[in-house]
Ligand binder design. Sequence first.
Ligand SMILES: [Zn+2]
Ligand SMILES: [Zn+2]
Length: 274
Amino acid sequence: MDRLNDYHVHTFRCGHAGGASRDFVRRAIERGLVEMAFTDHVPLYFLPESQRDPRLAMREDQLDEYVAEVQDLRREFAGAIEVRLGLEADYAEGFEEELERRLARADWDLVLGSVHWVAGGWIDDPATSPPRFAAEGTDALYDEYYRLLAKAAGTGFFDVLTHFDLPKKHGHRPERPREDAENRAIEAARRAGCAVEVSSAGLRKPVKEAYPEPRLLSRIVAAGVPITFSSDAHAPAEVGWGFEKTLALAREAGATEFVTIEKRRKLARPLPPG
Ligand SMILES: [Zn+2]
Ligand SMILES: [Zn+2]
């Protein structure tokens, strides 16, 4: 998809992505993207060391080599595509200083803010999250998720909020949208100047719907929150995947611009014709 960016791409270090990092860049070029950002999962700083599953995020000792590899790729592909240095960082309430210490270890172009850890567990784990919706209540989990997302935006650590309506991943939805909770997260993003990613990843998940869903994306755009594009690629073939669809969704939601980010400064660009 011509002239868009993919700002959510993983590497093998997270333990659940495969392929050579260089092949992710090649794929981005083939797709005609103007920019891509590697944004691998930050080490699971908020869990006790014995519980930091290497299949979920990179290890502490991999952070520096990750940064070095992305910087090498940026130099190697200069002129063909902009390769940005990013990180997907979990927000975990109460562990802000721990996160700040990891963020201080590189000069990031952009930091993605993700809330996967909600009320003491993963909100999107295929094995453990479905029983939680039954036991803890779908409304309550959504409300808590959005409370944390709003709080994440307010920390100022993040340039982009990821998969805005992540709790729907396996098909769990409240009977009626939790609009008040959603609105608080949207307002927090607006105040903080955080962008929201339009992510094709949800189209590959059981829910079969982009993040955020159209109803929500329209409200995000109407609130003046900038958008950016992402695939959440965990394999080279997923870079830029589904962007025809997400570009159309962005247009239908009323967006006319998207942002690119360099050294944490946003630049608005017109959306390419759909
Ligand atoms: Zn991942
Ligand atoms: Zn991701």
